[in-house]
Design a protein around this ligand. Structure first.
Ligand SMILES: NC(=O)C1=CN([C@@H]2O[C@H](COP(=O)(O)OP(=O)(O)OC[C@H]3O[C@@H](n4cnc5c(N)ncnc54)[C@H](OP(=O)(O)O)[C@@H]3O)[C@@H](O)[C@H]2O)[C@@H](O)CC1
Ligand SMILES: [K+]
Length: 499
């Protein structure tokens, strides 16, 4: 699914009005109805304090006030006064409310007009939406501080006021919402970790915008959702045999980190690779053969570390390297040798990435379409610190294009940067997966898909989606705190079943 920017979402609005027998005021009513319904169904409060600006976001707020009043809720409206006359739909809703005369409306002209906010009220934030074009200052910022200083929860309409939809809002004054009720589609602002303090739980209200619009616009970003993952997934042929599903090689583990090799190999098998060989130090052999009897083992000549490649890489259909190998001289040489000789799809993770960071010249050896799976710290070591999450995403795109590789930037919404300049945000996954071993599982999963013949882009997108979904299913059954990477791996099968 395409990820539209704020301006495109606004155009979608206009497109819908133009192509349907629907006025913009009716569309606002539809949006307000969806929000009011959600608020009635999900909240219980003594009273609702509705803060409105004079744009269409404020218009939404005024319509919501009326609808909540009609649902027998006690409401009061506070309008941020400004020189602006107000948008047409704001004015229409203001006039309706004014004539109704049952709902108190207060104009906020200065700090002294700000109401005291009781603890048992709910604040509705309809000050600014996608029309925000600069950080909030003056009375608008004071109003937001006032809202944030209250212990009453705030529900933001469309987007917390003060937050930009498509670029960083660092240092802005922003409403800290408990819930955000947004329209039709996710905004980029909801997908980056730096905005977590403001957005709360995001709920998308379906307001039936015209379905043809997304096909008319181009966007660099998309969302990896179930329908995209299902399109990538290739169900197994009934007459298949293990030779059809490839042979994955995983180079992983060292003394004290045999677990990385175990998790990676098990995830690789659970994702469907026909054969899996793990290249581990000798000390890892028994561990691996006991924990994952389905995998074959290639013992290194050294006891505690992997130190060299004395086999033909062409024997395998895909290779994954990095989890728990260490960054010593021998692993550096091994990685160099691998990069020089490999002719197969390759995944680099963890220590393989750390080695690259310390030997940047090795980046020039990466074959086109190699997949790198860094977490933000590994990414920073590789490509430098970024000023904010949006800049980091931009940097990932630049590097993916420059080096002709895929970069899977891991996080709550992992981002896959592709060599053609496009990027994909994943929507599965949860905080329970923020634990050692989750990354090793992803390496095994993506390598497995590559081994089975999925193209690198397909493997990265499907792997990331399934990994998050397996984590979600594991969290649903055992909770986030207790979630182990092994639990995630045990749920890979159920994740596939949902495609
Ligand atoms: N698309 C959809 O699906 C639907 C969208 N709908 C709703 O419409 C909303 C967008 O409405 P909108 O365009 O009127 O913008 P909104 O944010 O209300 O007002 C911004 C105004 O404030 C001003 N301003 C900007 N920054 C400022 C600042 N820092 N400090 C002070 N002032 C500032 C700026 O004027 P300026 O001062 O720049 O002249 C601008 O005119 C959207 O979020 C959603 O809620 C639904 O009704 C229907 C379905
Ligand atoms: K808002």
């Amino acid at each position: 699914m395409k990820l539209l920017n704020a301006e495109q979402i606004r155009q979608w609005d206009a497109f819908t009005i133009k192509n349907e027998p629907l006025s913009s005021l009716e569309l606002m009513e539809r949006a307000a109805n969806a929000c009011a319904r959600w608020i009635v169904q999900n909240t219980l409060a003594e009273s609702y304090y509705i803060f409105c600006g004079k744009g269409n976001n404020g218009g939404d707020g005024l319509a919501i006030a009326r609808l909540l009043y009609n649902a027998n809720k006690k409401v009061a409206v506070y309008i941020l006064e400004s020189d602006a006359k107000g948008s047409d739909d704001y004015i229409s809703n203001f006039n309706i409310l004014h004539h109704l005369s049952a709902i108190p409306i207060f104009m906020i002209r200065g700090e002294r007009d700000l109401p005291e906010l009781p603890f048992n009220c709910i604040i509705i934030d309809a000050l600014f939406g996608t029309g925000l074009n600069r950080p909030l200052t003056g009375l608008a910022a004071k109003m937001v501080d006032h809202i944030n200083n209250s212990i009453a929860p705030a529900i933001a309409i469309d987007i917390p006021s003060g937050l930009f939809g498509d670029h960083s809002s660092a240092h802005n004054t922003i409403v800290k919402a408990r819930h955000t009720l947004s329209f039709q589609v996710l905004k980029t602002a909801f997908l980056v970790a730096e905005n977590e303090p403001w957005i709360g739980h995001v709920h998308i209200m379906d307001i039936n915008l015209h379905p043809a619009f997304p096909d008319e616009v181009s966007t660099p970003f998309s969302i990896i959702n179930k329908s995209l993952a299902s399109r990538e997934y290739r169900p197994r042929n009934a007459f298949a045999h293990k030779g059809n599903f490839g042979h994955a090689l995983l180079i992983a583990g060292s003394w004290g980190k045999a677990g990385a090799a175990v998790l990676c190999s098990r995830a690789c098998l659970r994702t469907g690779a026909g054969l899996v060989t793990a290249h581990v130090p000798q000390s890892g052999v028994t561990v691996l053969q006991t924990a994952v009897p389905e995998a074959m083992v290639f013992p290194d000549k050294e006891a505690e570390q992997v130190s060299g490649l004395n086999y033909d890489l062409n024997h395998f259909t895909a290779v994954g390297i990095g989890p728990g190998i260490g960054t010593g001289v021998k692993q550096q040489l091994l990685l160099k040798e691998l990069l020089e000789h490999i002719q197969r799809p390759l995944v680099l993770d963890a220590d393989a990435l750390n080695i690259l960071s310390e030997n940047k010249a090795l980046l020039n050896l990466l074959k086109p379409d190699t997949i790198l799976t860094p977490h933000p710290k590994e990414f920073a070591r590789l490509f430098g610190e970024a000023a904010d999450d949006f800049k980091r995403i931009e940097l990932a795109q630049t590097k993916a294009m420059e080096l002709s590789i895929f970069i899977v930037l891991k996080g709550h919404h992992s981002f896959v940067a592709c060599p053609d300049g496009t990027g994909y945000f994943n929507i599965t996954g949860n905080a329970g997966m923020a634990k050692g071993g989750s990354g090793d599982a992803l390496t095994g999963m993506v390598t497995s898909l590559l081994a089975q013949g999925y193209l690198p882009k397909e493997a990265a997108l499907l792997g990331v989606f399934l990994h998050g979904l397996a984590g979600d299913l594991a969290a649903a059954s055992g909770g986030m705190e207790a979630l182990l990477a092994s639990d995630l791996i045990d749920h890979i099968g159920n994740a596939f079943k949902q495609l």
